[in-house]
Every structure is written in structure tokens, then in C-alpha cells.
Design a protein around this ligand. Structure first.
Ligand code: ZN
Length: 283
């Protein structure tokens, strides 16, 4: 499967934006930026385990049991009935209007507008988790002065989408996986298999993985990265110069508490990964 033809001659560069948002972004990335620079430029400790797919160091030991996270293929369109546990209040800080020169980031709320994604026996739906987190990520990015678009799973704007980054947010299965070692818990990040901008997307994946792990204290569940992730359809819809990544933010069964009760941490981990990437990419 080949990615679409190049619609841009080179990776976008960004002009400096307002002083206050830049200061805020530096505060945001300070917790994980140093680790990312070490990761990307090979200065990481030699003893750190490395993900075989992305090549990034792993925060915790590699799991040994494969997990298939295929979500139901076709479900009725979601109705507005978020699970009660997802009633997390949004940040109260008012977004500042981004300048036209501010970096643009697309955030896909996985399954939104298409299907429910995974479901738990009590009715907890993946799409509701994804949407709640995606909204918070967009709000926080806008507060930092970025342009941020909230996108549906098959949003028409994804066709040829040009931005400084696109991140699609999903949650993992609610199944038990009793033989998984370690248990079906943790997150993972992936970019497209046949990237046209591999170095840039490696940086995006590394930033997301390191910052998300640092913020949530979850481990990278590397061997459950699926075909569906590395050939994810969004990657073939966006402009092939737009760096894209998909993040599975945790398992709906074993990570249920953080996915439903601490969506602020989940969202902040993603924001920090994005800011790390954007600011590390600046000339
Ligand atoms: Zn999903």
C-alpha cells in the first residue's frame, strides 16, 4: 500500500509565535524533553530495552504475550450517551486565539462519528473515552497557543490534511486476556509502516511515548502493536508530509481507572508529547 502523492515540497517550518504561549510550552515539555533529545539522538542509556518496531527505548520490560486488539468492525453510529465515569470537567482556562502562524495539530477522536469502538460489559464505550480525551487535548493545545482541530474517525478534512502533526487517539480492548504476561495494561504508539517522513515520525512517536509514560506512569505495551495501527487508514488520507501517529492510551479493563477517572492525566501526557515534538522540530 503506497501513500498518496506528495502535495507539499518539504516539511513545513513554523514561524515564531507569541511570547507567552512559548513560555507555557516550555513549561509543559520540561518534564520529558531532555529524555526525548537523548532518545532521538542516541544518548539513551545502553541498558534501556528498545521497541523493535519504533526503535525507541521502553519505559518498562517488554511484554511476552501477543494481544489482538481488533475492535468490532461495524457498529451503529454512536449516540450522545457518555459513560457516567467520563464526566470529567474540562480545563477552566480559556483558550487564547491562536495566530495564523501557530503550529497546527489535528486530533482524531477514534471511532467518533463512525462506531463505538471496543465496549465493556457494563456499557463503557471506547468512543466516549477517546472523545473525552481528544476534547481535552484540543482545549489544552489551544490554551498553549496552537491551532488544534478536533477530527472524527472519517472526517472529510482528513483528506490531504496538512498540519504539523496528526495524532489519533484510541483505547484498547476491554477483554480479559488472562494469559497475557504482563497483564493487558499499558499504552502504545505507532506511525505508518511506509512513512515518507520516517525521521520526523520517529520523533513524534518517541515524544508521545516518553512523555505519555512519564505523565501517566504506564508502560509501553509494545508487542500488541497491530497491523491496524501501522496501516491505520488516517495515515493514508492525510498529506504524506504531515507527521502522523496513533496512540492506544490504555486497556479499557485493566487501565479503566485512569481512562475514566484521570482523563486529565491522559490528555496532559498526549499534549506534552505533542509539544515536545513540535518544539523539537523547530529550526
Ligand atoms: Zn479504537
Amino acid at each position: 500500500m503506497a501513500r498518496q502523492t506528495n502535495r507539499r515540497s518539504s516539511y513545513r517550518t513554523q514561524e515564531p509565535v507569541e511570547v507567552i504561549p512559548i513560555a507555557l510550552r516550555l513549561v509543559v515539555i520540561i518534564s520529558c524533553a531532555v529524555a526525548i533529545v537523548a532518545t532521538v539522538y542516541g544518548a539513551w542509556g545502553a541498558s534501556a530495552p528498545v521497541d523493535a518496531i519504533s526503535g525507541i527505548p521502553l519505559p518498562h520490560p517488554t511484554p511476552t504475550t501477543s494481544i489482538d486488539n481488533r475492535t468490532p468492525p461495524e457498529e451503529p453510529p454512536p449516540t450522545p450517551s457518555p459513560h457516567p465515569a467520563l464526566a470529567t470537567p474540562h480545563p477552566t482556562i480559556s483558550p487564547i486565539p491562536p495566530s495564523d502562524d501557530a503550529p497546527r495539530i489535528g486530533i482524531v477522536a477514534g471511532h467518533w462519528g463512525h462506531d463505538t469502538g471496543a465496549m465493556c460489559p457494563d456499557g463503557l464505550r471506547e468512543v466516549d473515552i477517546n472523545l473525552e480525551v481528544a476534547k481535552q487535548v484540543v482545549d489544552r493545545l489551544q490554551t498553549l497557543g496552537y491551532q488544534a482541530d478536533l477530527l472524527a474517525e472519517y472526517d472529510p478534512r482528513l483528506e490531504g490534511y496538512q498540519a504539523d502533526a496528526l495524532v489519533s487517539i484510541h483505547a484498547d480492548s476491554c477483554q480479559d486476556f488472562p494469559n497475557a504476561t504482563p497483564p493487558a495494561s499499558g499504552f502504545k504508539v505507532a506511525s505508518v509502516e511506509d512513512s515518507m517522513v520516517p525521521d520526523v515520525e520517529d520523533l513524534l512517536v518517541a515524544c508521545l511515548a516518553q512523555c505519555y509514560a512519564a505523565r501517566t506512569d504506564m508502560y509501553f505495551h509494545t508487542n500488541s502493536i497491530t497491523y491496524d495501527m501501522i496501516y491505520y487508514h488516517n495515515f493514508y488520507e492525510i498529506d504524506n508530509q504531515t507527521p502522523g501517529a496513533i496512540i492506544e492510551i490504555g486497556f479499557m479493563k485493566n487501565d479503566r481507572a485512569i481512562l475514566t477517572e484521570r482523563t486529565d492525566l491522559v490528555a496532559q501526557g498526549i499534549v506534552e508529547g505533542i509539544v515536545c515534538f513540535i518544539e523539537s522540530s523547530r529550526p
